[in-house]
Design a protein around this ligand. Sequence first.
Ligand code: AMP
Length: 370
Amino acid sequence: MIGILGGGQLGRMTAVAAARLGYDCHIFCPDKDSPASRVAAATTVAAYDDEQALRRFAGSVDAVTLEFENIPAETAALLAEFRPLRPGWRVLETTQDRASEKRFTAAAGLGTAPWAPVDGPQALAAALDRLGRPALLKSRRLGYDGKGQVRIDAGDHPAAAWAAMGAAGGGAILEGMVDFACEVSVIVARGANGTTACFDTVENRHAAGILDVTVAPARIDAGIADSARAAAVTLAEAFGLVGLLAVEMFVTRDGRVLVNEMAPRPHNSGHWTIDGCAVSQFEQLVRAVAGLPLGDPSRHSDAVMKNLIGDAADGWPALVAEPGLAVHLYGKRETRPGRKMGHVTRLYPRGAGANGWASRGGDRPPPQEE
Ligand code: AMP
């Protein structure tokens, strides 16, 4: 029995992968009727700081993993006392805080965007003088999908930007804008025995701060794709984590790879692996958590994944009627703007698909965007 903290679509797809290997999952999450609980053997509905519920949960599972990194330190400590928590506290603590994440990345010898910690409007004004404009103000904690982020252009007032960021418990960082050629990510799995297995470097396009399309493999120089993979492996080994590490990176116009952010869990930019690889990111996580050997992460097909955000999922009758399209719906009861409701993946012959239309038509968009 694998315990999963969190009941969203990442937990749901992990539980489905676990079922394929014969494991049951027990979901722990504060919400009733969550996407993950509806495909799991058991669910505990309780707050993440409910000690009694956590103890009972730990007693019912053999290992614990998670589908989101923002769990309290006490929760992680309590669970780790009873059962293997994979990934463990060290990587969670670092990735919960953008400043620690940047320091960790630099200590591992990898580049990031220029940045400075800021704790109020005055420090922000000083950091703006140093880093220039435009710049991005990001809350150190609890930011995702562009939330807790404010762009500061020429003429914008630091105090107004600070207020617009919202309650920044734990402070913020200011980041210089990177004029990137593209955004890429790499998902690496690390097993209990220390072996690593890396999926291909993929290219990500965002819309309104949310991932829109992932193209696998990334249409970039092979040497740059290799350095992105090497960076992800370096970070996973530096953490010594057991599980998955997703690393989002910028590729600069002069071919450098800069680390933007990381997540110690399955990642939206790895959903294509369900259809494009023999072993998906979700199965790799299950294998790592269960102490099994990692699977072969190589892709059998090129793939383009598109997220179904908000009411885009209402078009599912047409999507399931489309030949060759793999449709994944998360079963969320309520559609909200900006909410991830599902995704679709289209496969292409390896080497001829995503790269194929890149070479045929330059920047012609993937078919499902037309
Ligand atoms: P994040 O939450 O840090 O992943 O930021 C969300 C998105 O905002 C990224 O995927 C980029 O598209 C953009 N972004 C974040 N930081 C920067 C930066 N320093 N320079 C340029 N674009 C950025």
